[in-house]
Design a protein. Sequence first.
Lengths: 114, 112
Amino acid sequence: DTAVSQTPKYLVTQMGNDKSIKCEQNLGHDTMYWYKQDSKKFLKIMFSYNNKELIINETVPNRFSPKSPDKAHLNLHINSLELGDSAVYFCASSARDRTGNTIYFGEGSWLTVV
Amino acid sequence: SQQGEEDPQALSIQEGENATMNCSYKTSINNLQWYRQNSGRGLVHLILIRSNEREKHSGRLRVTLDTSKKSSSLLITASRAADTASYFCATPDSGNTGKLIFGQGTTLQVKP
């Protein structure tokens, strides 16, 4: 069973379009994230939700809006897509324990804006 | 700001050789993690080492942590072609938000 699943895996769309990426985790974790990985493999956090509440909101354009209907889902909606939005977007989840915060990643969604 | 920085950025070795990757970070941490990313896939957690630990093993992986130098190393012994991947270190954000900050990774190629 896939622990963190996100769809679609590949998305090619034109500038100006609006698109969504869905994410679900079946690990029972309270915290979910969206990370963005650029062409140089630099991975940067975008958002973090804990029990459906926004915890972290990095400097991300307002065109990006996460939505968490319940703690097992965190979707990412992007309005007015721009060329620079092309990247791989990873959904992830974690559970806090005394040793640290191990993150479980989805397989990624490859977004190409043309 | 970027917390962890890996060195080297790329590493190419022959199967059977050992591979060593280094990570440096800037602020005090209570743990450091290493992740692996195969091409076209998500990141997978490999190992977590706490700040009061100096060395940790998991199979062919050996991780060291030197908090005085703010650095960690990942050693893969007897490498295999299947170890070809990118390896990232990650450290907790100083604000205790649960956020992990990743370095840019070391791309390892193991030639058969």
